[in-house]
Each structure stands twice: as structure tokens, then as C-alpha cells.
Design a protein around this ligand. Structure first.
Ligand code: T1G
Length: 702
């Protein structure tokens, strides 16, 4: 077992190096080894001071998040927190000056260990943070008590409720660290330690920044009021404020005990289990079993997008935002100019919100070159086809691309449902053809659904994953089934929403139930944004090939709205009605009347539907279809489906994704619901074989 802490001596300074790859997490044995090494330094007559530094790319990046899954109950959490609290107190009581030397990121427990040292120095590009709230917890090793003592209430509250890392200059100005080092962190940390011999300063005894009890309490009250407007559906940010308040109302021991009690509440919560699940889901998604980590990746230096519509324009923006020059092609000047005008308007509104400077906008816009010809396509490394969802048109485009682009160029399609293998055949270069399904708005939504065809090369997949990261997206590799994973499952979500509408629920009731659940927008509000005409065209195409998006009864209500010219926000009416120039959704009883007529046509007796049934039916339909996707092999793992829903549709991360949510409900219960709905609604409710198997074996999807 390699040493977790190396002990070396230089110029009467003990240099302790943490070595626990890949991020020096405080895994089993690490806190104990740090304490033992500090004690060794204090007992070493040849030592005047002690420096703690991380090996590899970073200082300690926090507790090992996996450990929290082993905490079985509140009492165990309290015991473990008490143990780390006492250990950090003993480290803080070191009899010689101790200095934490920070590079990379000192996060969570990493910053808490650093704050138990007497001093902190950091490299100019390093960051510090308390991101626990992103995991549904709060700092659990004294962070809510030591951090306010260094930087005061406002900064401590901001760091612990937003979870964002803080750069070196800001950390120095706030008093979190004592020096920013030069090029050699190690040398400068040793020199700093030598300058502090005889000057021990315990963070827990520093009171200047928490002197005003009232100011601290007022800052916490203001934070709660602000969070009430922004922190929807989560508790950890509020809990962090409660713990920090203890630094102003209790002594260090009392505040630390309060922190431990509040931490125990958080770590056992569904919110935390879900957010910890999503932390690893994000990272697992990049692991494709048959695509080794060292698969060669094509460098993407120039791109082209075909189609300057909503999606094509958004995709071009995503590339430009990542600093990649991109050609934006459409059939004629009018289409291209319209697309560019929309892009310019989008950037102008970002600048107006103060999220982008005018210079940055000009620089980014200059990376997008409008064109109506294929000139320049011979030089690009990737083309993303975002043309009309028409198979023949797309096949023609891929045939052109196969002729005019370089053999190494990746030929991607943004299609949301059509068969990637058809494009591959048409291109004559099937190994280079892949699906890059962006989600609207493409420059905002983080999901990139990467659809591999039968012959897509490993290099094209590996390049797509690397490109997703570079575009600031989460790439999830899925198989080429009809509608891939995201929209295939969404069809079942919509089926239940439409049938519930005909059974007696109203459009606003269904949408509100789903937004209360945590979705950013309900199914009908989402369709009014995407356009009812888009769905209609896909249904017509499916009819032409004898398919429907989901098994079971197909509600005629969407087609009737389409025939009335009610396409949604774009026509001022759809599932809702809208006043001119407004996006506010207004309930339109006419839609309920149409639903009632369709219900009568299908012999359904309408009834009052409870919100609980709306959520249960929709979530069960999602999980059941997700199980089929898994058993058919179109998704590698359940957490990939969770990532698809959180990043593609804004499914609440603190609920954990549809498969994680089903696990939390319990698969036997989910299976029982499928059977109940089969009785209640019809035979099209068929339990997925994988759901039956896992439920019978007492297992879960994740
Ligand atoms: N625990 C376990 N594994 C971790 C980890 C952690 N804290 N951080 C990273 N990993 C794994 C990750 O799963 C991946 O594994 C590999 O390391 C590289 O990560 C007590 C309670 C540090 C900024 O929240 O933010 O301390 O996929 O791909 O992009 O009060 O990792 O290779 O198998 O993200 O260079 C608080 C979480 C914990 C920091 C590096 N700390 N980590 O980013 O690499 S709670 C955090 C990160 C806590 C205390 C509380 C990032 C990073 P694999 P990566 P990266």
C-alpha cells in the first residue's frame, strides 16, 4: 500500500505530502495519516514548522464522496463527524506553526483541513471552496465555524450556499489564505513556514470576523430571504445558513456540535443521495465499455453546421462559445441572414443581462461564418447536420458530405429520431457518422445525446465525448433505437400526460403537478415552446412508416390543436393561450373541452384526477420504458438515463433522475403500479422484463 503521506524534512521544515490519487480525497486512513505526520513533526527536535502539500494535480479535494453511502443512520454520522472534528482540533493544537500549501482545488474537507492549519498559502491559479451543498450536504468538518472566523458571514454564506470555488486573489482579499505564492508553491510554502516560527495562530480562536453577533444573524436572515427566491426544492443551502449562524450565536464547541447535527440531517436525505448519485452519473456517462480511455481523439479546430434554424443556430453558438470557428450554412441568403439575426439577438440579450461583454460578443460572433455553399467544408473537422427532420433531405446532405469533406471529418446529425444508419449508408463513410442530438436551446442545455450507429468508429465516439466536455456539455452515448433514449422515453411521459388530460385533469393541473415535482416546465408548457407543429410532423412521418411514438391509445387532441393552427407560443395559442408579445400561459377552457370531446369519443368517463396520480403515472411510465431501453442495450447504465433526463429536460438533480427516483420508490412498488395501471387503463401498460426481474431479486436499476 503506497504511503498516503510522505514525510520529508527541508531547512528544518517538515513537508508532508498527501498522496491519494486521483484528487487526494480524504479517503480511509488519510485524515489519520495527516494527524500522525503533524504529531511526528511536533515531536521532531529538528523541525521548527510544518507544511502540508498535495501530490499530483491538486491539494485535498474533499472527503471521499463514496464514504457517505456507508453511513447507515444519524447516530453513525454524528460519531464520524465527532471523530473528524476532534482530529482537526488536535491538528490545530500543533505546537509548531503549520502551513497548508494549496494548488489545484482545496474543496470541502480539503479546505476544512487547511483551515485547521495555522496558515494557508496558495498558488495563483488554485481555488478553494465548500461545494458540499452541490451534494445536498453542508461542510461537516468545522467549515461552517472556521470559515466565518476567517472571512466573515457574507463570504462564508455565499461559499457554503452556492458551492462555487473562489480564486486565489479573492481568497487572499477575504482572509481565507495568507499568501499567494510564486512559481514554486513548495519553496514559497517552506519559506513562509520558516517566517512563522514561534507564531502559532489557531483559526478557532480568531474572533475578529465574528465579533458582531447581530450582524451575523442579520446576514443569515438576508441569506434565507434570498434563497427562498432561488433555491427551489432543496434544503441544504438553508441548512448551511443555519450552521453558519451558530458561529455567531454559540461558542466554537457549540457551533461545531450544531454543524454536526445539521450535517447528519442532510447526509441521510433523499436530496443528498440523489445529488451524490448525479455527481458520479455525470462522470460514469463518459465511460463507454468498448471505447478505451486512450482511444485516439480527433482534434476539433474547425466546424460547420448545416441548417441555420433554431437548433442549427444554437449549435453554432455552442461551438463559437467554445472558441471553435464554425461555418453556418443554409439554402439561401434569407435563411442564413434570419439565423444570424437570431444568434445576434441571443448574444445581445446575454450582454444586456451583464453576462457577456460587448467585446466578447463581437469576438464570439466573428467565429460564426454564414454561407449558402459548401465552400470551406473541405477543411472542417466536423459537420453537424441540423436540417429539417426529413429523411430524404438528410440522406442527400450526407451523400454530399461524404464527397466534399476530408475522410477524417466527423459527420454528425442533430436528428432527434431518424435512423443514423441510414445517413451512414448515404454518406459512404459510416465509421465517421454519428448522432449529436442537442437539446433546445442548444447553446444552453447541457445534454449532448451521442448516438452511435452500427459502424460508428470508436474514435468518432471518443472524439464526441471529448468535444461534449469542451462545449461545456455532458455527453451520453446511446444506441440507435427509434428516438434514441431521451425522446423515446419522453413519448411515454407525453402519452400519460395526454391520457390524464382526457380522463379529467386539466392542462394547468398537469403542468403544475410536474413543476411542483421539480421539472422546470410541465409537458404542455414544454410543447407550446417546442411547437405543436413539430410533434405533428413527426407523427405524420411515423404514420407513413406505420409507427407511433409510444404504444397504447394515441390522443387526438394534439392533432386537433394543430389543425386549428394552434402551434403554441409561436402562434399565440396552443395548449394555452397567450396575449400578444407575452409568454405567460393562460388556461384555455377550449382545450379542456376538446379533451372532453375526445374522451367521449373513446368512451372514457371523466373524473377528478389527483396530483399524486399524475406524478406516479408519468414517473412510472418513464421508469418502465427506461427499463426497456436498458434491457435492449440502448443505454449503458441506468445512471446514463438519469443524466439524459437531468441535462436534457431539466429533471431535478436533487430528485436524481427517473431511474434513481424509481429505485428510491422501490422497484416492487413501481412494478405494482404498472400492473395496477394495466388493470385501470389498459393492456398497453406492459411491465418491462428487467423491471420484473430486478423487483423479484430485490435489486435496483442503479
Ligand atoms: N470523492 C470521491 N471521488 C472523487 C472526488 C471525491 N471528493 N472528487 C473527484 N473524484 C473522482 C471522480 O469521480 C473521478 O473518478 C476522478 O476523481 C476525477 O474527477 C467533510 C463532507 C476535484 C474539481 O465535492 O469537484 O468534503 O471517473 O473527473 O474534472 O465537509 O472532481 O476517474 O473514476 O471530476 O479534474 C467535497 C468533488 C466532498 C469535490 C476535479 N468535495 N470533486 O475535477 O476530475 S464532501 C467535492 C470535484 C466534503 C466535508 C464534506 C472534481 C475536481 P473517475 P473529475 P476534474
Amino acid at each position: 500500500m503506497p504511503e498516503l503521506i510522505r514525510y520529508e524534512v527541508r531547512d528544518r521544515v517538515a513537508v508532508l505530502t498527501v498522496d491519494n490519487p486521483p484528487v487526494n480525497a480524504l479517503g480511509p486512513g488519510v485524515p489519520e495519516a495527516i494527524e500522525a505526520a503533524v504529531a511526528r513533526g511536533c515531536a521532531d527536535a529538528g523541525i521548527d514548522a510544518i507544511v502540508l502539500i498535495g501530490s499530483g494535480s491538486t491539494f485535498i479535494a474533499g472527503a471521499d464522496i463514496r464514504i457517505f453511502a456507508t453511513i447507515k443512520n444519524r447516530e453513525q454520522s454524528l460519531e464520524r463527524s465527532e471523530s473528524i472534528h476532534a482530529r482537526l482540533m488536535r491538528i490545530e493544537d500543533a505546537t509548531k506553526p503549520t502551513v497548508a500549501a494549496i494548488h489545484g482545488t482545496a474543496l470541502g474537507g480539503g479546505l476544512e483541513v487547511a483551515m485547521s492549519f495555522h496558515y494557508r498559502v496558495m498558488a495563483p491559479d488554485a481555488k478553494v471552496g465548500q461545494p458540499e451543498v452541490l451534494l445536498g450536504i453542508i461542510p461537516g468538518a468545522g467549515g461552517t465555524q472556521r470559515l466565518p472566523r476567517l472571512c466573515g458571514a457574507a463570504m462564508a454564506i455565499d461559499m457554503c450556499t452556492a458551492g462555487k470555488p473562489v480564486a486565489a486573489q479573492q481568497a487572499l482579499a477575504a482572509g481565507i489564505v495568507d499568501q499567494i505564492t510564486g512559481p514554486s508553491l513548495r519553496d514559497d510554502a517552506i519559506a513562509f513556514a520558516q517566517s512563522k516560527v514561534g507564531a502559532i495562530r489557531k483559526t478557532r480562536e480568531r474572533s475578529e470576523r465574528i465579533a458582531s453577533r447581530d450582524a451575523g444573524i442579520a446576514a443569515c436572515a438576508a441569506a434565507r430571504a434570498a434563497l427562498a427566491k432561488t433555491a427551489r426544492g432543496v434544503k441544504a443551502p438553508f441548512t448551511a445558513v443555519d450552521a453558519i449562524e451558530g458561529a455567531f450565536t454559540l461558542d466554537f464547541e457549540g457551533g461545531s456540535l450544531r454543524e454536526r447535527e445539521l450535517f447528519a440531517d442532510c447526509v441521510m436525505s433523499h436530496e443528498s443521495r440523489a445529488l451524490r448519485h448525479m455527481f458520479f452519473a455525470d462522470r460514469e456517462a463518459a465511460k463507454v465499455p468498448d471505447v478505451p480511455k486512450d482511444t485516439p481523439v480527433t482534434k476539433i479546430e474547425r466546424a460547420a453546421v448545416i441548417g441555420a434554424g433554431t437548433m442549427g443556430g444554437g449549435i453554432a453558438m455552442a461551438y463559437a462559445n467554445a472558441g471553435i470557428p464554425v461555418l453556418l450554412k443554409d439554402v439561401d441568403d434569407a435563411a442564413v441572414l434570419k439565423g444570424m439575426a437570431t444568434i445576434r439577438k441571443n448574444y445581445e440579450s446575454t450582454v444586456a443581462k451583464g453576462k457577456m461583454t460587448a467585446e466578447a460578443m463581437a469576438r464570439t460572433l466573428s467565429l460564426i461564418t454564414p454561407t449558402t455553399a459548401y465552400d470551406g467544408f473541405e477543411h472542417v473537422d466536423i459537420v453537424v447536420e441540423a436540417a429539417f427532420e426529413d429523411m430524404n433531405l438528410k440522406k442527400q446532405i450526407f451523400a454530399d458530405l461524404g464527397r466534399i469533406t476530408r475522410p477524417s471529418s466527423i459527420l454528425a446529425s442533430n436528428t432527434s429520431t431518424l435512423d443514423i444508419d441510414e445517413f451512414a449508408k448515404a454518406s459512404g463513410r459510416p465509421r465517421q457518422v454519428i448522432g449529436h442530438h442537442f437539446f433546445s436551446p442548444a447553446n444552453v442545455m447541457k445534454l449532448l445525446e451521442i448516438v452511435r450507429g452500427k459502424e460508428t468508429s470508436k474514435e468518432a465516439i471518443a472524439t464526441s465525448l471529448a468535444l461534449a466536455k469542451r462545449l461545456g456539455k455532458v455527453g451520453v452515448v446511446v444506441g440507435n433505437c427509434f428516438a434514441f433514449v431521451a425522446n423515446r422515453m419522453l413519448a411515454y411521459y407525453m402519452r400519460e400526460a395526454l391520457l390524464l388530460l382526457e380522463e379529467g385533469a386539466t392542462v394547468p393541473q398537469i403542468d403544475n403537478a410536474m413543476t411542483e415535482f421539480g421539472m422546470p416546465v410541465g409537458p404542455f408548457g414544454m410543447q407550446d415552446i417546442a411547437g405543436i407543429d413539430v410533434g405533428w410532423r413527426i407523427r405524420q412521418f411515423l404514420k407513413s412508416i406505420g409507427k407511433t411514438r409510444a404504444e397504447g391509445p394515441q390522443s387526438a387532441v394534439p392533432d386537433r390543436l394543430y389543425e386549428m393552427g394552434r402551434y403554441g407560443q409561436k402562434t399565440g395559442a396552443g395548449w394555452y393561450k397567450y396575449e400578444a408579445g407575452s409568454r405567460n400561459r393562460i388556461h384555455d377552457p377550449l382545450v379542456d373541452q376538446i379533451a372532453a370531446e375526445e374522451a367521449a369519443t373513446r368512451g372514457i368517463t371523466r373524473r377528478a384526477v389527483k396530483d399524486e396520480e399524475i406524478i406516479a403515472r408519468i414517473m412510472t411510465a418513464l421508469a418502465n420504458e427506461g427499463a426497456r431501453v436498458l434491457e435492449e442495450g440502448y443505454a449503458t447504465r441506468a445512471s446514463d438515463i438519469d443524466a439524459v433526463y437531468c441535462y436534457g429536460f431539466g429533471y431535478p438533480r436533487h430528485v436524481g433522475g427517473p431511474m434513481f427516483y424509481a429505485d428510491a420508490i422501490g422497484l416492487p412498488t413501481v412494478l405494482a403500479r404498472v400492473k395496477q395501471y394495466r388493470e385501470q387503463c389498459g393492456d398497453y401498460w406492459q411491465p418491462a422484463a428487467l423491471l420484473e426481474k430486478l423487483a423479484a431479486e430485490g435489486k435496483s436499476f442503479n
